[in-house]
Ligand binder design. Structure first.
Ligand code: SAM
Length: 312
């Protein structure tokens, strides 16, 4: 049996995407194709899925897995932030749903050569798309102290950012930092935690570097905004995030786009012209059940939010 990434919140994704009688769903983070397969299995024969992934290796695996669906699956190697141009190239103007299951797949995390994980030694790479030019090792070499501190502070929400950069610079004095194990060793000595610690001392800095290497938050912001141009009326956008930075962006975006007029309260007639473009369908954030977390601990931090496109 092939060891695929386990799709998180599978039933919830199906419920909120509501793909049954729809025609075209975009899975912007195809990964191993688990969610795409579930969507195809649970929708009518008219429903197609356009799957995008920036990782060519993930795409190759998904291609095999989804082959039985024939022309109902369309695969694209690319970045979901290019969704508008990807659709334009295929002469598609509107879609009936968008799924973003953010972050990295288990396959990426568990492949040491990809350099995402501090639990395996490997090159300090972290590129989701191996055709991109900048690796995590490159960032450590080329960024200024201040730039590196900012990344670790903001993307890792790590309070020991100054000390970490000091320790990294000291180690770089003896030679370039090029492996996950060598960075993790430095982080373990820089970050002192109470025992037993809730997370590994490398967790936050590895997250920060990964976000920076792949410009994850920029791509997410762009895509949320651009998708408003291509979602049909009543089409749903479903986003699963794995840390508070992503979830905050999604929550705020949904909130802002649900709001209509933003004129000051006493303005007699609306002059801002803003109308509501989304209706939030998950009033409370959706999280996995205890059973799901037990079966798949990697689901534990997942949070799902969904909204429906409305036209004034
Ligand atoms: C959590 S996995 C998705 C797993 C998938 N839902 C499944 O069921 O197998 C995230 C995937 O999104 C891809 N990815 C992350 N950011 C991306 C982006 N900006 N554009 C395209 N793919 C992206 C990663 O390469 C990874 O394969």
């Amino acid at each position: 049996m092939v060891d695929y990434h386990i799709p998180v919140l599978r039933e919830e994704v199906l419920h909120y995407l509501n793909a049954g009688d729809k025609h075209l769903i975009v899975d912007g983070t195809l990964g191993d194709g688990g969610h795409a397969e579930a969507i195809l299995q649970n929708s009518g024969a008219q429903c197609r899925v356009l799957g995008i992934d920036r990782d060519a290796e993930a795409l190759a695996r998904a291609r095999k897995r989804l082959a039985p669906f024939g022309e109902r699956i369309i695969l694209v190697h690319g970045n979901y932030s290019e969704i508008q141009s990807i659709l334009a190239q295929k002469n598609i103007r509107e879609i009936d749903g968008l799924l973003l299951d953010l972050g990295v797949s288990s396959r990426q995390l568990d492949t040491p050569e990809r350099g995402f994980s501090f639990t395996h030694d490997g090159p300090l790479d972290m590129r989701m798309n191996r055709e991109d030019s900048t690796t995590a090792a490159d960032l450590l070499e080329t960024l200024s102290d201040k730039e590196l501190e900012d990344i670790i502070k903001h993307y890792g929400e790590e309070r020991h950012y100054k000390k970490i950069v000091r320790f990294i610079r000291k180690a770089q004095g003896k030679g370039p930092l090029s492996t996950t194990a060598s960075l993790s060793k430095i982080l373990s000595s820089a970050v002192q935690q109470p025992r037993p610690a809730r997370i590994h001392p490398s967790t936050r800095t590895f997250q920060a570097l990964r976000i920076a290497v792949n410009r994850e938050l920029d791509h997410l912001r762009t895509t949320l905004t651009d998708s408003l141009q291509i979602l049909n009326a009543a089409a749903r956008m479903v986003v699963i995030s794995f840390h508070s930075l992503e979830d905050r962006i999604v929550k705020q975006f949904f909130h802002d786009e649900e709001k209509g007029c933003v004129c000051p309260p006493k303005t007699p007639i609306c002059i801002c012209g803003k109308t509501s473009r989304l209706k939030v369908v998950t009033r409370r954030v959706v999280t996995p059940s205890a059973e799901e977390v037990k079966a798949n601990p990697r689901a534990s931090s997942s949070k799902l939010r969904a909204a429906e496109r409305v036209y004034a």
